[in-house]
Write a protein that binds this ligand. Structure first.
Ligand code: AMP
Length: 484
Protein backbone atom coordinates (compact mmCIF):
# COMPACT_ATOMS: atom_id res chain seq x y z
CA UNK A 1 0.00 0.00 0.00
CA UNK A 2 1.27 3.48 -0.87
CA UNK A 3 0.14 6.91 0.35
CA UNK A 4 -1.15 7.64 -3.18
CA UNK A 5 -3.63 4.76 -2.86
CA UNK A 6 -5.21 6.17 0.31
CA UNK A 7 -7.13 8.97 -1.45
CA UNK A 8 -5.32 11.92 0.16
CA UNK A 9 -5.18 15.30 -1.61
CA UNK A 10 -2.18 16.35 -3.69
CA UNK A 11 -1.15 18.99 -1.16
CA UNK A 12 -1.13 16.44 1.63
CA UNK A 13 0.74 13.88 -0.47
CA UNK A 14 3.41 16.45 -1.27
CA UNK A 15 3.89 17.20 2.44
CA UNK A 16 4.06 13.49 3.29
CA UNK A 17 6.66 13.00 0.60
CA UNK A 18 8.66 15.93 1.96
CA UNK A 19 8.57 14.26 5.40
CA UNK A 20 10.33 11.27 3.85
CA UNK A 21 7.57 8.74 4.55
CA UNK A 22 7.15 6.22 1.78
CA UNK A 23 4.74 3.65 3.22
CA UNK A 24 1.70 4.21 5.44
CA UNK A 25 1.86 2.54 8.83
CA UNK A 26 -0.88 -0.08 9.51
CA UNK A 27 -3.07 2.38 11.45
CA UNK A 28 -2.72 4.92 8.64
CA UNK A 29 -3.57 2.33 5.97
CA UNK A 30 -6.67 1.23 7.90
CA UNK A 31 -7.96 4.57 9.16
CA UNK A 32 -7.25 7.11 6.40
CA UNK A 33 -9.56 5.82 3.60
CA UNK A 34 -12.72 5.60 5.77
CA UNK A 35 -11.83 8.85 7.55
CA UNK A 36 -11.69 10.57 4.15
CA UNK A 37 -15.18 9.25 3.44
CA UNK A 38 -16.45 10.91 6.61
CA UNK A 39 -16.85 7.71 8.65
CA UNK A 40 -16.31 7.62 12.41
CA UNK A 41 -13.13 5.80 13.40
CA UNK A 42 -12.37 3.82 16.51
CA UNK A 43 -8.59 3.45 16.42
CA UNK A 44 -7.00 1.16 18.96
CA UNK A 45 -3.39 2.14 18.69
CA UNK A 46 -0.65 3.32 20.96
CA UNK A 47 1.77 6.16 20.33
CA UNK A 48 4.61 5.33 18.01
CA UNK A 49 2.30 3.64 15.52
CA UNK A 50 1.89 6.77 13.38
CA UNK A 51 -1.62 7.47 14.69
CA UNK A 52 -1.16 11.27 14.73
CA UNK A 53 -0.76 11.28 10.96
CA UNK A 54 -3.66 8.79 10.74
CA UNK A 55 -6.02 11.57 11.82
CA UNK A 56 -4.04 14.67 10.75
CA UNK A 57 -3.70 13.72 7.07
CA UNK A 58 -7.40 13.04 6.33
CA UNK A 59 -8.37 16.13 8.34
CA UNK A 60 -6.08 18.30 6.20
CA UNK A 61 -7.55 16.84 3.01
CA UNK A 62 -11.11 17.45 4.22
CA UNK A 63 -10.38 20.99 5.43
CA UNK A 64 -9.31 22.13 1.96
CA UNK A 65 -12.88 23.19 1.21
CA UNK A 66 -14.61 25.70 3.47
CA UNK A 67 -13.46 28.49 5.79
CA UNK A 68 -13.41 29.10 9.51
CA UNK A 69 -15.41 31.86 11.18
CA UNK A 70 -14.45 33.94 14.21
CA UNK A 71 -14.98 32.05 17.48
CA UNK A 72 -16.38 29.03 15.61
CA UNK A 73 -13.62 26.47 15.01
CA UNK A 74 -14.17 23.84 12.32
CA UNK A 75 -12.38 20.92 13.90
CA UNK A 76 -11.43 20.04 17.46
CA UNK A 77 -8.69 17.71 18.71
CA UNK A 78 -8.68 16.84 22.41
CA UNK A 79 -5.41 15.75 23.97
CA UNK A 80 -4.82 14.75 27.61
CA UNK A 81 -1.62 16.75 28.12
CA UNK A 82 -0.25 20.05 26.99
CA UNK A 83 2.83 18.40 25.53
CA UNK A 84 0.78 16.09 23.35
CA UNK A 85 -1.34 19.01 22.22
CA UNK A 86 1.80 20.94 21.29
CA UNK A 87 3.13 17.89 19.47
CA UNK A 88 -0.05 17.59 17.39
CA UNK A 89 0.26 21.27 16.54
CA UNK A 90 3.77 20.50 15.21
CA UNK A 91 2.31 17.70 13.09
CA UNK A 92 -0.16 20.15 11.55
CA UNK A 93 2.70 22.51 10.79
CA UNK A 94 4.63 19.66 9.13
CA UNK A 95 1.88 17.95 7.15
CA UNK A 96 -0.08 21.17 6.54
CA UNK A 97 2.79 23.20 5.16
CA UNK A 98 1.06 23.44 1.77
CA UNK A 99 -2.20 24.60 3.31
CA UNK A 100 -3.09 28.00 4.72
CA UNK A 101 -4.98 26.86 7.76
CA UNK A 102 -5.31 28.59 11.11
CA UNK A 103 -4.32 26.21 13.87
CA UNK A 104 -5.01 27.29 17.46
CA UNK A 105 -3.71 25.67 20.61
CA UNK A 106 -5.72 25.96 23.82
CA UNK A 107 -3.70 24.64 26.71
CA UNK A 108 -3.39 25.55 30.36
CA UNK A 109 -0.47 27.56 31.66
CA UNK A 110 -0.40 29.93 28.65
CA UNK A 111 -1.96 33.41 28.63
CA UNK A 112 -5.58 33.63 27.56
CA UNK A 113 -5.00 36.74 25.43
CA UNK A 114 -2.92 35.17 22.64
CA UNK A 115 -5.12 32.11 22.51
CA UNK A 116 -8.25 34.22 22.29
CA UNK A 117 -6.79 36.26 19.44
CA UNK A 118 -6.25 33.08 17.42
CA UNK A 119 -9.77 31.89 18.04
CA UNK A 120 -11.12 35.28 17.06
CA UNK A 121 -9.28 35.01 13.76
CA UNK A 122 -11.17 31.81 13.04
CA UNK A 123 -9.53 28.45 13.72
CA UNK A 124 -9.65 25.67 11.15
CA UNK A 125 -8.08 23.36 13.69
CA UNK A 126 -8.41 23.77 17.45
CA UNK A 127 -6.13 21.55 19.52
CA UNK A 128 -6.98 21.63 23.21
CA UNK A 129 -6.73 20.03 26.60
CA UNK A 130 -10.24 19.53 28.04
CA UNK A 131 -9.92 21.90 31.03
CA UNK A 132 -8.80 24.96 29.09
CA UNK A 133 -11.29 24.28 26.29
CA UNK A 134 -14.25 24.24 28.67
CA UNK A 135 -12.88 27.27 30.48
CA UNK A 136 -12.96 29.19 27.19
CA UNK A 137 -16.38 27.84 26.36
CA UNK A 138 -17.82 28.79 29.75
CA UNK A 139 -16.50 32.33 29.36
CA UNK A 140 -18.41 32.60 26.11
CA UNK A 141 -15.27 33.03 24.02
CA UNK A 142 -15.86 30.02 21.81
CA UNK A 143 -18.71 28.23 20.08
CA UNK A 144 -18.57 24.53 19.35
CA UNK A 145 -21.52 24.48 16.97
CA UNK A 146 -19.31 24.59 13.87
CA UNK A 147 -17.24 21.47 14.64
CA UNK A 148 -17.13 19.20 11.60
CA UNK A 149 -14.54 16.76 12.91
CA UNK A 150 -13.90 15.85 16.54
CA UNK A 151 -10.75 13.92 17.44
CA UNK A 152 -10.39 12.34 20.87
CA UNK A 153 -6.84 11.15 21.27
CA UNK A 154 -5.33 8.98 24.04
CA UNK A 155 -8.79 8.32 25.50
CA UNK A 156 -7.54 5.80 28.06
CA UNK A 157 -5.10 8.35 29.37
CA UNK A 158 -7.97 10.87 29.60
CA UNK A 159 -9.72 8.27 31.74
CA UNK A 160 -6.68 7.94 34.02
CA UNK A 161 -6.59 11.69 34.41
CA UNK A 162 -10.28 12.02 35.27
CA UNK A 163 -11.25 13.83 32.05
CA UNK A 164 -14.11 11.56 31.02
CA UNK A 165 -16.89 13.85 32.35
CA UNK A 166 -15.30 16.72 30.40
CA UNK A 167 -15.15 14.59 27.26
CA UNK A 168 -18.80 13.63 27.64
CA UNK A 169 -19.71 17.27 28.00
CA UNK A 170 -17.74 18.26 24.88
CA UNK A 171 -19.34 15.42 22.90
CA UNK A 172 -22.76 16.85 23.78
CA UNK A 173 -21.75 20.42 22.86
CA UNK A 174 -20.53 19.61 19.34
CA UNK A 175 -23.07 18.98 16.53
CA UNK A 176 -24.55 15.50 16.37
CA UNK A 177 -23.61 15.28 12.69
CA UNK A 178 -19.87 15.78 13.19
CA UNK A 179 -17.38 13.06 12.31
CA UNK A 180 -15.56 11.53 15.30
CA UNK A 181 -12.07 10.03 15.19
CA UNK A 182 -11.42 8.30 18.47
CA UNK A 183 -8.07 6.81 19.54
CA UNK A 184 -7.14 4.81 22.58
CA UNK A 185 -4.28 2.40 23.31
CA UNK A 186 -6.55 0.17 25.40
CA UNK A 187 -10.29 -0.32 25.72
CA UNK A 188 -11.30 -0.48 29.38
CA UNK A 189 -15.11 -0.68 29.99
CA UNK A 190 -15.50 3.07 30.61
CA UNK A 191 -13.94 3.82 27.22
CA UNK A 192 -16.08 1.21 25.48
CA UNK A 193 -19.17 2.85 27.03
CA UNK A 194 -18.03 6.25 25.76
CA UNK A 195 -17.53 4.98 22.22
CA UNK A 196 -20.96 3.32 22.27
CA UNK A 197 -22.55 6.59 23.36
CA UNK A 198 -20.77 8.99 21.03
CA UNK A 199 -19.51 7.19 17.90
CA UNK A 200 -21.85 6.49 15.02
CA UNK A 201 -21.28 3.12 13.40
CA UNK A 202 -17.49 3.46 13.60
CA UNK A 203 -14.87 1.62 11.56
CA UNK A 204 -12.72 -0.22 14.06
CA UNK A 205 -8.98 -0.12 13.30
CA UNK A 206 -6.76 -2.05 15.62
CA UNK A 207 -3.00 -2.30 15.43
CA UNK A 208 -0.53 -4.11 17.63
CA UNK A 209 -1.64 -3.59 21.17
CA UNK A 210 0.28 -1.95 23.95
CA UNK A 211 1.58 -5.40 24.79
CA UNK A 212 4.40 -5.44 22.30
CA UNK A 213 7.81 -3.96 22.83
CA UNK A 214 10.10 -3.13 19.95
CA UNK A 215 12.81 -5.66 19.24
CA UNK A 216 15.31 -2.81 18.91
CA UNK A 217 15.15 -2.20 22.67
CA UNK A 218 17.45 -4.14 25.00
CA UNK A 219 15.56 -4.53 28.26
CA UNK A 220 17.04 -5.34 31.66
CA UNK A 221 16.03 -5.50 35.32
CA UNK A 222 18.43 -4.31 38.00
CA UNK A 223 17.96 -5.30 41.64
CA UNK A 224 18.10 -2.62 44.31
CA UNK A 225 17.72 -2.99 48.09
CA UNK A 226 15.03 -0.42 48.70
CA UNK A 227 13.88 3.07 47.97
CA UNK A 228 16.86 4.74 49.63
CA UNK A 229 19.33 2.76 47.51
CA UNK A 230 17.66 3.37 44.20
CA UNK A 231 19.32 6.71 43.56
CA UNK A 232 22.75 5.10 43.97
CA UNK A 233 21.75 2.32 41.64
CA UNK A 234 20.48 4.79 39.07
CA UNK A 235 23.63 6.89 39.17
CA UNK A 236 25.73 3.81 38.58
CA UNK A 237 23.54 2.73 35.70
CA UNK A 238 23.85 6.13 34.04
CA UNK A 239 27.59 6.28 34.53
CA UNK A 240 28.10 2.81 33.21
CA UNK A 241 25.68 3.02 30.29
CA UNK A 242 27.18 2.04 26.99
CA UNK A 243 26.55 4.11 23.85
CA UNK A 244 24.87 6.69 26.07
CA UNK A 245 23.49 9.78 24.40
CA UNK A 246 20.62 10.78 26.64
CA UNK A 247 17.98 9.20 28.86
CA UNK A 248 14.45 9.59 30.05
CA UNK A 249 14.01 8.53 33.66
CA UNK A 250 10.54 7.61 34.87
CA UNK A 251 9.18 7.93 38.39
CA UNK A 252 5.72 6.83 39.46
CA UNK A 253 4.96 9.97 41.43
CA UNK A 254 5.31 13.65 40.63
CA UNK A 255 6.84 14.30 44.04
CA UNK A 256 9.59 11.78 43.34
CA UNK A 257 10.30 13.39 39.97
CA UNK A 258 11.18 16.62 41.75
CA UNK A 259 13.25 14.86 44.44
CA UNK A 260 15.17 12.72 41.97
CA UNK A 261 15.79 15.67 39.68
CA UNK A 262 17.29 17.68 42.54
CA UNK A 263 19.39 14.72 43.60
CA UNK A 264 20.78 14.20 40.09
CA UNK A 265 21.62 17.86 39.68
CA UNK A 266 23.28 17.82 43.08
CA UNK A 267 25.42 14.93 41.92
CA UNK A 268 26.56 16.91 38.90
CA UNK A 269 24.32 15.40 36.23
CA UNK A 270 22.80 17.56 33.57
CA UNK A 271 19.12 16.89 34.15
CA UNK A 272 15.71 18.43 33.57
CA UNK A 273 12.31 17.50 35.00
CA UNK A 274 8.84 17.13 33.56
CA UNK A 275 5.74 16.58 35.64
CA UNK A 276 2.18 17.80 35.76
CA UNK A 277 2.60 20.25 38.64
CA UNK A 278 5.15 22.35 36.78
CA UNK A 279 3.89 25.43 35.00
CA UNK A 280 3.67 25.28 31.25
CA UNK A 281 6.68 27.45 30.54
CA UNK A 282 8.88 25.31 32.77
CA UNK A 283 7.57 22.12 31.14
CA UNK A 284 8.25 23.42 27.65
CA UNK A 285 11.69 24.68 28.67
CA UNK A 286 12.61 21.26 30.12
CA UNK A 287 11.40 19.45 27.05
CA UNK A 288 13.21 21.80 24.68
CA UNK A 289 16.43 21.57 26.70
CA UNK A 290 16.28 17.79 26.43
CA UNK A 291 15.40 17.77 22.74
CA UNK A 292 18.23 20.23 21.97
CA UNK A 293 20.74 18.23 23.98
CA UNK A 294 21.29 20.99 26.55
CA UNK A 295 20.47 18.44 29.24
CA UNK A 296 21.08 14.74 28.77
CA UNK A 297 18.65 13.41 31.38
CA UNK A 298 14.93 14.10 31.67
CA UNK A 299 13.15 12.91 34.81
CA UNK A 300 9.46 12.42 34.07
CA UNK A 301 6.12 11.27 35.34
CA UNK A 302 4.03 9.03 33.09
CA UNK A 303 1.38 11.57 32.32
CA UNK A 304 3.79 14.28 31.28
CA UNK A 305 5.84 11.96 29.09
CA UNK A 306 3.07 9.90 27.55
CA UNK A 307 3.28 9.90 23.79
CA UNK A 308 6.14 12.35 23.55
CA UNK A 309 7.88 11.96 20.25
CA UNK A 310 11.56 12.54 20.83
CA UNK A 311 13.22 10.65 18.00
CA UNK A 312 16.65 9.91 19.40
CA UNK A 313 16.62 8.74 23.02
CA UNK A 314 19.36 6.19 23.75
CA UNK A 315 18.24 5.04 27.21
CA UNK A 316 15.14 4.76 29.35
CA UNK A 317 15.52 4.16 33.08
CA UNK A 318 12.55 3.16 35.17
CA UNK A 319 13.47 4.54 38.56
CA UNK A 320 10.20 2.99 39.77
CA UNK A 321 8.59 -0.12 38.33
CA UNK A 322 5.31 1.07 36.83
CA UNK A 323 2.27 -0.28 38.66
CA UNK A 324 0.22 -0.38 35.44
CA UNK A 325 2.04 -2.80 33.18
CA UNK A 326 0.97 -0.99 30.02
CA UNK A 327 2.85 2.08 31.24
CA UNK A 328 6.00 -0.06 31.00
CA UNK A 329 5.43 -0.50 27.29
CA UNK A 330 4.78 3.20 26.80
CA UNK A 331 7.80 4.19 28.83
CA UNK A 332 10.34 1.98 27.13
CA UNK A 333 8.84 2.92 23.77
CA UNK A 334 10.48 6.34 24.23
CA UNK A 335 13.72 4.67 23.12
CA UNK A 336 14.46 2.38 20.17
CA UNK A 337 12.22 4.49 17.93
CA UNK A 338 12.27 4.47 14.14
CA UNK A 339 14.47 1.38 13.94
CA UNK A 340 17.21 2.78 16.18
CA UNK A 341 18.55 0.68 19.01
CA UNK A 342 17.81 1.60 22.61
CA UNK A 343 18.28 0.37 26.14
CA UNK A 344 15.58 0.23 28.82
CA UNK A 345 16.60 -0.57 32.39
CA UNK A 346 14.23 -0.99 35.28
CA UNK A 347 15.30 -0.68 38.90
CA UNK A 348 13.50 -3.30 40.97
CA UNK A 349 13.13 -3.75 44.72
CA UNK A 350 11.75 -6.96 46.22
CA UNK A 351 8.43 -5.23 46.84
CA UNK A 352 8.09 -4.55 43.12
CA UNK A 353 8.20 -8.19 42.04
CA UNK A 354 4.45 -8.57 41.60
CA UNK A 355 4.46 -5.66 39.12
CA UNK A 356 7.45 -7.15 37.30
CA UNK A 357 5.49 -10.41 36.94
CA UNK A 358 2.53 -8.51 35.51
CA UNK A 359 4.76 -6.70 33.01
CA UNK A 360 6.41 -9.94 31.90
CA UNK A 361 3.08 -11.60 31.36
CA UNK A 362 1.81 -8.58 29.40
CA UNK A 363 4.80 -8.49 27.06
CA UNK A 364 4.88 -12.27 26.91
CA UNK A 365 8.53 -12.72 27.79
CA UNK A 366 10.94 -12.69 30.69
CA UNK A 367 13.19 -9.66 31.03
CA UNK A 368 16.84 -10.44 31.76
CA UNK A 369 18.42 -9.43 35.06
CA UNK A 370 21.68 -7.53 35.10
CA UNK A 371 24.11 -7.32 38.02
CA UNK A 372 23.72 -9.05 41.39
CA UNK A 373 20.37 -10.43 42.52
CA UNK A 374 18.65 -9.38 45.74
CA UNK A 375 20.59 -11.95 47.81
CA UNK A 376 23.97 -10.71 46.62
CA UNK A 377 23.31 -7.03 47.24
CA UNK A 378 25.31 -5.27 49.96
CA UNK A 379 23.58 -4.27 53.24
CA UNK A 380 20.75 -1.81 52.92
CA UNK A 381 21.18 1.87 53.54
CA UNK A 382 18.64 1.77 56.37
CA UNK A 383 21.10 -0.02 58.70
CA UNK A 384 23.32 3.04 58.81
CA UNK A 385 20.56 5.60 58.79
CA UNK A 386 19.76 6.43 62.41
CA UNK A 387 23.45 7.05 63.06
CA UNK A 388 23.72 9.25 60.00
CA UNK A 389 20.70 11.23 61.05
CA UNK A 390 22.09 11.83 64.51
CA UNK A 391 25.27 13.03 62.89
CA UNK A 392 23.17 15.34 60.78
CA UNK A 393 21.60 16.92 63.77
CA UNK A 394 24.83 17.09 65.75
CA UNK A 395 26.56 18.96 62.94
CA UNK A 396 25.84 19.12 59.21
CA UNK A 397 29.50 19.23 58.30
CA UNK A 398 29.94 15.79 59.82
CA UNK A 399 27.02 14.28 58.05
CA UNK A 400 28.57 14.59 54.69
CA UNK A 401 31.54 12.53 55.73
CA UNK A 402 29.56 9.92 57.59
CA UNK A 403 26.73 9.73 55.13
CA UNK A 404 28.91 9.52 52.07
CA UNK A 405 31.20 6.68 52.92
CA UNK A 406 28.69 3.84 52.99
CA UNK A 407 27.20 5.11 49.74
CA UNK A 408 30.51 4.78 47.96
CA UNK A 409 31.06 1.33 49.40
CA UNK A 410 27.62 0.28 48.32
CA UNK A 411 28.17 1.37 44.79
CA UNK A 412 30.95 -0.97 43.87
CA UNK A 413 29.00 -4.24 43.86
CA UNK A 414 25.98 -2.70 42.10
CA UNK A 415 28.13 -1.34 39.33
CA UNK A 416 27.33 -4.19 36.91
CA UNK A 417 30.93 -4.54 35.92
CA UNK A 418 31.16 -0.86 35.13
CA UNK A 419 33.42 1.69 36.72
CA UNK A 420 32.44 2.59 40.27
CA UNK A 421 32.00 6.24 41.17
CA UNK A 422 35.57 6.96 42.06
CA UNK A 423 36.87 5.32 38.89
CA UNK A 424 34.93 7.45 36.48
CA UNK A 425 37.07 8.96 33.78
CA UNK A 426 37.16 12.70 33.24
CA UNK A 427 35.32 12.84 29.88
CA UNK A 428 32.62 10.58 31.25
CA UNK A 429 32.23 12.91 34.20
CA UNK A 430 31.89 15.83 31.86
CA UNK A 431 29.38 14.31 29.54
CA UNK A 432 26.65 14.59 32.18
CA UNK A 433 27.75 17.91 33.54
CA UNK A 434 26.23 21.15 32.35
CA UNK A 435 27.52 24.57 33.32
CA UNK A 436 24.21 25.24 35.04
CA UNK A 437 24.62 22.31 37.37
CA UNK A 438 28.33 22.31 38.05
CA UNK A 439 29.35 20.82 41.37
CA UNK A 440 28.58 23.19 44.22
CA UNK A 441 31.48 25.08 45.70
CA UNK A 442 32.51 24.25 49.24
CA UNK A 443 30.92 27.48 50.38
CA UNK A 444 27.57 26.78 48.73
CA UNK A 445 27.66 23.24 49.99
CA UNK A 446 27.85 24.54 53.53
CA UNK A 447 24.89 26.85 53.10
CA UNK A 448 22.60 24.48 51.28
CA UNK A 449 20.25 22.32 53.33
CA UNK A 450 21.17 18.69 52.93
CA UNK A 451 18.28 16.84 54.44
CA UNK A 452 15.89 14.97 52.13
CA UNK A 453 18.18 15.38 49.18
CA UNK A 454 19.40 11.90 49.04
CA UNK A 455 17.87 9.79 51.74
CA UNK A 456 14.21 10.61 51.32
CA UNK A 457 12.18 12.21 54.07
CA UNK A 458 12.75 10.92 57.63
CA UNK A 459 9.90 8.90 59.07
CA UNK A 460 8.74 10.50 62.31
CA UNK A 461 7.65 8.04 64.95
CA UNK A 462 9.45 5.03 63.47
CA UNK A 463 12.78 5.47 65.17
CA UNK A 464 14.17 7.75 62.52
CA UNK A 465 13.44 11.00 64.30
CA UNK A 466 15.44 12.04 67.35
CA UNK A 467 14.50 15.38 68.95
CA UNK A 468 17.50 17.67 68.80
CA UNK A 469 17.55 18.39 72.58
CA UNK A 470 18.37 14.70 73.15
CA UNK A 471 21.42 15.02 70.91
CA UNK A 472 22.87 18.06 72.65
CA UNK A 473 26.17 17.24 74.45
CA UNK A 474 25.70 17.13 78.20
CA UNK A 475 28.47 18.72 80.36
CA UNK A 476 29.00 16.63 83.50
CA UNK A 477 30.54 18.40 86.43
CA UNK A 478 33.54 16.76 88.14
CA UNK A 479 32.53 15.08 91.41
CA UNK A 480 34.60 17.36 93.70
CA UNK A 481 32.99 20.49 92.27
CA UNK A 482 29.67 19.00 93.10
CA UNK A 483 30.78 18.42 96.71
CA UNK A 484 31.74 22.09 97.13
P1 AMP B 1 2.88 8.81 16.46
O1 AMP B 1 2.38 7.43 16.72
O2 AMP B 1 1.88 9.65 15.78
O3 AMP B 1 3.40 9.44 17.72
O4 AMP B 1 4.11 8.73 15.44
C1 AMP B 1 5.32 8.17 15.77
C2 AMP B 1 6.44 8.57 14.83
O5 AMP B 1 6.30 7.91 13.57
C3 AMP B 1 6.53 10.05 14.54
O6 AMP B 1 7.88 10.44 14.69
C4 AMP B 1 6.13 10.19 13.10
O7 AMP B 1 6.80 11.27 12.49
C5 AMP B 1 6.55 8.86 12.52
N1 AMP B 1 5.73 8.43 11.37
C6 AMP B 1 4.41 8.64 11.19
N2 AMP B 1 3.99 8.08 10.04
C7 AMP B 1 5.06 7.48 9.49
C8 AMP B 1 5.27 6.72 8.30
N3 AMP B 1 4.28 6.44 7.45
N4 AMP B 1 6.49 6.25 8.06
C9 AMP B 1 7.51 6.51 8.92
N5 AMP B 1 7.39 7.21 10.06
C10 AMP B 1 6.17 7.70 10.35
Amino acid sequence: MTFEELGLSQKVLAAVQASGYTTPTPIQAQAIPPALQGRDILGIAQTGTGKTAAFTLPMLSRLESGRARARVPRTLILEPTRELAAQVEESFAKYGKNHRLNVALLIGGVSFGDQEAKIMRGADVLIATPGRLLDFFDRGKLLLTGIEILVIDEADRMLDMGFIPDIERVCKLVPFTRQTLFFSATMPPEITRLTEAFLHNPIRCEVSRAATTATTIRQALVASRGHADKRDTLRNLIRGAESFKNAIIFCNRKRDVAILHRSLVKHGFSAGALHGDMDQLARMASLDAFKNGEVSLLVCSDVAARGLDIPDVSHVFNFDVPTHSEDYVHRIGRTGRAGRSGVAMTIVTEDDMKYVDQIQSLIGKAIDWEGPGFDALPPPMETTRPQERRGDRAGRGMRRERGRRPATEREAPVSLGRPPRGGRSKPEEERFRSPACAAPTAERRERRPRRHEDDGPPVVGLGDHVPSFLLRPVALRPAKVAEE
